[in-house]
Design a binder for this molecule. Structure first.
Ligand SMILES: [Mn+2]
Length: 284
């Protein structure tokens, strides 16, 4: 694996759903990836630290510390770092628009790529309720849709303040495995619609642990995936081209030593597309 000196340099790196603080986080692989890539700008697109799991029981091994240190080191070396909280780290939504040691916290924002295209960067959990209740919300119209978005934003915050457990979209979706494909499709459509409303050319989100790059209704839909199962990220190259990196494949293809590095990659790291929607979102 490349060391920092000969790391791949990209204009922007988008990462989400690391779930640091849980046993599921693939921190060692993530460290390898962070050693292999450097970026002018880094967007952390939510569920970076799993506040809900940590509250239930402290789990913070050295590798998770190393990930944080690695990111902070990139900031010290000049990378801009923007943290867009998700539902698992929504405690950070109390600190929106603040700066901590060179890190900005934003609920959502527009990223302008090198080719002039603008992308809405947002975690995506804001749409849990509307994805879940899409059918009757469509019947009730715009007012109900706006109300559902508002309620969703405040629901997790309220549950946390009341000391309740986290309501999990994925647990709910697992009960309806047959609908998982529909559910992902609906999520993607809502996110694209939101990007259109924001006047953007596309959206970059996370949350459903399902990396993707495709055209939906004339806009670009990009999902960063996760570092629990699929180990994926989105990068913007210096010409503005966006690419989903699937680290398992990418490391095999780019490691000069090949087998030694590749052998470290667990066999279950299959591309999200092949793993299927049910497998792809274990802890959204
Ligand atoms: Mn999430």
């Amino acid at each position: 694996m490349a060391d920092d000196a000969d790391a791949l340099r990209v204009r922007t790196l988008f990462l989400s759903d690391l779930h640091l603080g849980t046993k599921g986080c693939q921190a060692e692989l993530l460290l390898d990836f962070l050693r292999a890539v450097d970026a002018d700008e880094i967007y952390l697109v939510g569920d970076i630290v799993d506040g809900w799991k940590l509250r239930a029981g402290w789990y913070w091994p050295q590798a998770h510390n190393d990930v944080v240190q690695k990111l902070l080191r990139k900031v010290r070396k000049g990378s801009r770092l923007v943290y867009v909280p998700g539902n698992h780290d929504e405690f950070l939504r109390d600190f929106l628009d603040m700066h901590f040691g060179g890190i900005e916290i934003q609920d959502q924002l527009l990223h302008e790529a090198a080719d002039g295209k603008r992308y809405l960067v947002i975690h995506g959990d804001q749409f849990d309720l509307v994805v879940r209740h899409a059918r009757w919300l469509a019947l009730l119209g715009d007012g109900a849709y706006t109300a559902a978005l508002f309620v969703n934003t405040h629901l997790n915050r309220l549950r946390r303040r009341l000391g309740l457990t986290y309501w999990s979209l994925s647990a709910w979706a697992k009960l309806k495995v047959k609908n998982a494909v529909n559910f992902i499709g609906r999520f993607e459509e809502f996110l694209v619609a939101e990007a259109r409303r924001a006047g953007a050319d596309g959206v970059i989100c996370g949350h459903i642990h399902h990396a993707a790059s495709r055209e939906i209704q004339g806009l670009r839909y990009l999902n960063t995936g996760d570092w629990v199962e699929s180990c994926t990220a989105v990068v913007e190259h210096y010409d503005g081209r966006m690419e989903v990196i699937r680290f398992a494949e990418w490391a095999r293809a780019s490691a000069p030593a090949g087998p030694a590095e590749a052998a470290r990659l667990p066999g279950r790291l299959v591309p999200a597309a092949e793993a299927g929607p049910a497998a792809a979102r274990a802890v959204a």
